[in-house]
Design a protein around this ligand. Sequence first.
Ligand code: ASN
Ligand code: ZN
Ligand code: CA
Length: 329
Amino acid sequence: SFEAIETGVGNTQYSGQVTLGTAPSYTLTDTARGGHKTYDLKGGTSGTGTLFTNSTDVWGNGSASNRETAAADAHYGAAVTWDFYKNELGRNGIAGDGKAAYSRVHYGNAYVNAFWSDQCFCMTYGDGAGNAKPLTSLDVAGHEMTHGLTAATAGLRYSRESGGLNEATSDILGTAVEFYANNSSDAGDYLIGEKIDIRGNGTPLRYMDKPSKDGNSADYWSKSLGRLDVHYSSGPANHFFFLLSEGSGARTVNGVSYNSPTYDGSTLTGIGRQKAYKIWYKALSTYMTSSTNYAGARTATLSAATDLYGAGSAEYNAVNAAWKAVNVK
Ligand code: ASN
Ligand code: ZN
Ligand code: CA
């Protein structure tokens, strides 16, 4: 049989007007991407919710007061992440089997978070509260979906150093997704959650060039790193990814200025973010395990760089230098 691939128009809050995968007369069902669906929890905190349905194929109006808007953002985020996995990582969905996860929006009341669940194999987004906006920005969607990818591959345990590496994997690939989208309303950056104002003071949740700018994250590995919350012990790996991609010192990318320090005062030249995320993904999916720590992440990424670019290649040497620059030797 033959199935038509339907698309509608999404008016998102964060990414402008986008094309959404929909099914006829009309639901948020992305037939071209494993059948990913987006549901309305309507303030509930359990179950699947109600599939978004509409009499027209236009979804949301760019404002959070329209309940389809968060759905448009979430549906778009899942689509771009799916395409990034497929086209950049050569991976057919989160589990590599072509099956879609699903998304749920409007979770709870004034909920200021988003999360992945292995139980439902789904992403869930709160509406925010006060200044904090809905948690449906593209980098957050890529971050949450990548928790599913990590669970399906290395399975990095969510505590101590492996937990920091789990969090960093979500920040690294969520950021890669944001760049990959090449969306004029949401240019790529090395900041996490810059659009959702989760702190209410206009600052992003995390900074990859210098993680300590958030007031909590570590820039460098130390023996006590594993005592930090996993969202802060991710710092040295996020910093590694920035240095490997862009190099050290001052740099402006898509109009955002960064200044990335090194532990030993060394000066680094980046190899570009595409090579950097391909190395990270290869390490994650081939060499890392549930108990991988920072020393293990170093050897995993060096093995991945050898596989992809050769032993002693410029890329291999850059991986080595970037880990040294965050005090992993
Ligand atoms: N939004 C958070 C995260 O993805 C939820 C959590 O704490 N796991 O890290
Ligand atoms: Zn996370
Ligand atoms: Ca970002």
